[in-house]
Design a protein around this ligand. Structure first.
Ligand code: IMP
Ligand code: MG
Length: 335
């Protein structure tokens, strides 16, 4: 079965991780591969027993015990975060890390936080990805293959993904960040991350051939958010978000997420053009209308949420196939 790529339309924090975890269970995925920049990503979701999960390095698909996990060669690895997640999720026996992944060092972290431009103008996540990627591009970085502690996990993730997909197995690619944060495709440079965050970038992070791509799921956050600097069309005040009970804070940094009052049609059209989605996952719909919180049956959707679904389908010319209605992993309508 050709692979499914999960990618974000706007500025990230849209529930890509949750959508991928959901798909890993529903499709009983054989393999899930993390793409994207690195540990600047922060995915969070709540298991049905109420446990809040936060993670930055491994694919969220670990929630399916039969899914093999991998980190693609284009993704930067923070060794201590990787070690922590391997242990926390107990997945070392089913995880493959590509030996070509670049390493984020303590110096990268320190520079990302101390640099007034990165901190003040860009408003980075402070996870060291900018300095690490600059060194990587200059061919001065260490790679995972040099770290003895991960020797047993190393394998060619491009071979793994292409072979399994060609053999008809279900392969998921979990991208990170969001299309509008793309380094060269965003019109908001320097308020971007350090590489592109599109479906094409995600398959390149893995080394997956385009021939193996079957589906691109574009994750569209019903009320888009942005952390850090740069324009956010239709931005509401933080006070309004608090008053409506929909204020959000970053998984990694705790920073308040700036929040838009609605989807910008032009930006969604652009994200559709560059990502080529075959399906849309509309997330955080309970932030448009609290009445749908936790709804798991299409009959429970309200007129307000249906209106946004129609609008998104019209702009993207693509079906909304998943509707996220709350923080629990199972708060999801799969049409
Ligand atoms: P960096 O990727 O940490 O260098 O940060 C550059 C910009 O991208 C900043 O505005 C960050 O807030 C934003 N950013 C990076 N990764 C994420 C993410 O996973 N979610 C949301 N914003 C992100
Ligand atoms: Mg996030």
């Amino acid at each position: 079965m050709p692979a499914t790529i999960v990618v974000d339309a706007f500025w990230g924090d849209s529930g890509k991780g949750k959508v991928t975890a959901h798909l890993a269970r529903r499709l009983d995925a054989a393999l899930a591969v993390r793409a994207g920049v690195g540990t600047n990503a922060g995915a969070s979701f709540t298991l049905d027993d109420g446990t809040l999960v936060k993670q930055r390095q491994l694919p969220t698909a670990w929630v399916n015990p039969r899914t093999k996990l991998a980190v693609g060669p284009g993704v930067l690895v923070n060794p201590s975060i990787l070690a922590d997640e391997l242990e926390r999720f107990g997945v070392a026996d089913r995880t493959m890390i590509d030996p070509r992944c670049g390493i984020i060092t303590a110096d990268d972290l320190a520079e990302d936080v101390a640099d007034p431009f990165l901190r003040g103008v860009v408003g980075t996540s402070g996870s060291g990805v900018g300095p690490a990627r600059a060194r990587y591009v200059n061919r001065k970085a260490q790679q995972v293959r040099e770290l003895t502690e991960f020797a047993g996990l190393c394998g060619d993730v491009a071979v793994e993904a292409n072979t399994r997909s060609a053999a008809g197995e279900v392969v998921l690619i979990e991208s990170a960040q969001g299309t509008q944060l793309s380094l060269s495709l965003s019109f908001e440079y320097p308020c971007t991350t350090v590489k592109n965050c599109t479906s094409a970038a995600a398959i390149d992070d893995v080394g997956l051939s385009w021939r193996q791509v079957g589906d691109v799921v574009l994750v569209v956050k019903a009320l888009p958010t942005r952390v850090g600097e740069g324009p956010l069309p239709h931005e509401m005040t933080h006070e309004e978000a608090v008053r409506r009970g929909i204020a959000e804070y970053g998984v990694n940094t705790g920073r308040p997420r700036r929040k838009a009052a609605r989807i910008d049609a032009e930006l969604l059209r652009y994200a559709t053009m560059v990502n080529g989605p075959t399906q849309i996952a509309l997330t955080f719909t309970d932030h448009i209308d609290p009445a749908v919180k936790g709804v798991r049956d299409p009959g429970g959707l309200t007129a307000e949420v249906r209106r946004v679904i129609d609008e998104v389908e019209q702009i993207t010319d693509c079906p909304v196939t998943m509707i996220d209605t709350g923080p629990l992993l199972n708060d999801m309508i799969d049409l």
